[in-house]
Design a protein around this ligand. Structure first.
Ligand code: ATP
Ligand code: MG
Ligand code: MG
Ligand code: MG
Length: 562
């Protein structure tokens, strides 16, 4: 590719709103341009890297026996209503109406759509297991889009879904995916850890996050170099001191607002923001009812137990006080009304966990209810002491250290979380109808790209690992007006192209200083400079990563590269 013909705008200045290296460098080096908060266009050179990352992901997915497909971005609201996520996903789910006022979600993830397809197409155990994936833009109206590609509102994801007739079969697919993820992030040259992660609303099932170690990461992981143990600290359990409640779940429906036809009206009437899965832990300490509300940086729809780590502990003497706190105490999601017949589940010694849900019933009326949470193993969080640096590892090897991590991938055994409400069933060997068992597996492709830049850069620019670099060779003609330089550079350019080497040829009429600076910034692994010794057929070759350089004769160039 000739640089003179390319849209590759580089910047000397650091963009004002870019505060981490990957964001600054990807903009300065002409890989991406901001469109709006959390939305970026990929310019040609950025697009090449994106495609290279995708190619590695594709190869490993195909090896793991997954089949690529392509679903729609717009998804009918009905599916999301079936799983309850039309409401529970909250404002992060982007929505739109068509001209007939039919509602759609812009795909934030595709469990609903894929389950709808499977429900129609898979009837028999003979069609299982199945693993499907796609690579596609996802839309999430993040509360705080930031750090460039790391937390976008429109971003590229690889999302895979597997379907099974048995949990054993799911376990096998999960293993394969886990291995594929390990291969992908290793091939991308990333320093990463697979960590045990919080299963949030789903409760109890296996799931792992793949974390790139980086100071700009928003998660903290606990790991040890001498042990296999690694966990997101939101998940790292400590000693168990209490038992889990054994009470049967019971739903205590609270406030109905039958006159409200829209979500907004109902939310107004209830005086709250629609949200689901807000948790409160309640237990009895020395005869006092103590409640821990989950608080902090809620993503409203996706309230996870990690918030417990920053939890406020409120000590309450009476049930009435507890109720009052439930009515007002939920921090960033606003007050939640709970009417008088709420039964707070907390007996003498045993703690209970409740879910506070603001949702909708079948008629579209909105309500709040409180249910004891029995999936959640309360005992893990019993004394609210979390693992700390310097602790021994849980498997008896080494000591715990902490590091910041960027979540680049997430693998999850979903079980029947989606298939059950969407009634995706198959007939087993005995002709009996069973619910399909499911797993899901995501990789943030654009986030991964930025994570690579976080780990591969220096003060001058990006230092791409060679298998995902936009080009393998950056060919510079220092003074294109000098005939001998132009001729030699053109000849090398043709030879490299003929040999199938991806080469970017800086044939611009720019000063040498500009070309060197741009070349360091863009970060192509190998630079060939045609300059002063062009008349003798001698060029300079320099490795971007190591900085090693030497002079090479024209005829040796190809041998040195291939
Ligand atoms: P996070 O905890 O960072 O918000 P998530 O747990 O909500 O991520 P998942 O639903 O597990 O994300 O989605 C799968 C993958 O998609 C994530 O592991 C991550 O790599 C990527 N991803 C999620 N949200 C974003 C985003 N806003 N911008 C870029 N990539 C994202
Ligand atoms: Mg998220
Ligand atoms: Mg996460
Ligand atoms: Mg995740």
């Amino acid at each position: 590719m000739r640089q003179s013909e390319m849209l590759l705008p580089t910047l000397k200045e650091v963009p004002a709103d870019a505060d981490i290296s990957s964001h600054q460098l990807l903009i300065r080096a002409g890989f991406i341009r901001k469109v709006a908060a959390g939305m970026y266009s990929f310019l040609p050179i950025g697009n090449r890297v994106l495609r290279n990352v995708e190619a590695i992901v594709r190869e490993e997915m195909d090896k793991a026996r997954a089949h690529e497909m392509n679903m729609t971005v717009l998804q009918p609201a009905e599916w999301w209503q079936e799983t309850g996520r039309w409401h529970s996903y909250g404002p992060e789910l982007m929505r739109m109406q068509d001209r007939h006022e039919r509602e759609f979600a812009l795909g934030a993830t595709h469990e609903e759509e894929i389950t709808a397809i499977i429900r129609d197409e898979v009837k028999s155990y003979k069609q299982l297991p199945l693993t499907l994936y796609q690579i596609q833009s996802k839309f999430r109206d993040e509360k705080r889009p930031r750090f460039g590609l790391l937390r976008g509102r429109e971003f590229l994801m690889k999302d895979a879904y597997s379907f099974h007739g048995s949990y054993e079969s799911l376990d096998k697919a999960y293993e394969r995916m886990f291995q594929a993820y390990t291969n992908i992030f290793s091939r991308l040259g990333l320093n990463f850890r697979a960590v045990i992660a919080d299963s949030g609303e789903m409760g109890g099932k296996d799931n792992h996050e793949f974390m790139v170690l980086s100071d700009v990461g928003e998660d903290t992981i606990a790991y040890s170099d001498t042990s296999r143990y690694a966990a997101n600290i939101e998940m790292a359990p400590v000693e168990q001191t209490y038992e889990t409640s054994t009470e049967e779940p019971k739903e205590l429906e609270k406030v109905a607002t039958p006159n409200c036809k829209t979500m907004a009206e109902a939310a107004d009437a209830l005086g709250h923001t629609l949200a689901e899965g807000i948790k409160a832990l309640m237990f009895n300490v020395d005869g006092k009812l103590v409640m821990v509300l989950t608080r902090g940086d809620h993503e409203v729809n996706d309230v996870k137990l990690k918030n417990l780590y920053d939890a406020d502990m409120i000590e309450l003497a009476s049930e009435e006080e507890t109720r009052n706190a439930l009515g007002t105490g939920f921090g960033s999601v606003g007050p939640i009304n709970v009417s008088d017949d709420v039964e707070i589940v907390a007996d003498n010694a045993v703690k209970a966990m409740v879910n506070v849900t603001c949702g909708a019933n079948e008629d579209g009326y909105h309500f709040t209810h409180v249910t004891p949470d029995h999936d959640f193993n309360v005992s893990h969080y019993a004394d609210l002491r979390f693992i700390q640096e310097g602790d021994p590892s849980p498997d008896g090897q080494g000591t715990i250290q902490f590091a910041k991590g960027i979540e680049v991938g997430h693998v999850f055994k979903l079980g029947t979380r989606y298939a059950e409400p969407m009634k995706a069933k198959f007939l087993d060997e005995n002709g009996k109808a069973n619910t399909v068992i499911m797993g899901c597996y995501g990789i943030g492709i654009s986030r991964t790209l930025a994570s690579i830049v976080e780990q591969y850069h220096d003060e001058k620019g990006i230092t791409w690992p060679s298998n995902i670099a936009p080009y393998k060779v950056h060919l510079l003609a220092l003074n294109i007006k000098k005939e001998e330089q132009q001729e030699l550079a053109e000849r090398i350019y043709s030879k490299l192209q003929d040999a199938g080497v991806d080469v970017l040829f800086d044939d611009r009429k720019e000063r040498a200083g500009v070309k060197f600076a741009d070349s360091d910034l863009v970060g192509i692994p190998l630079r060939i400079t045609v300059g002063k010794r062009a008349a003798e057929g001698v060029v300079e070759m320099k490795e971007r990563h190591s900085g090693e350089q030497d002079e090479v004769e024209e005829k040796e160039i190809l041998d040195r590269i291939t």
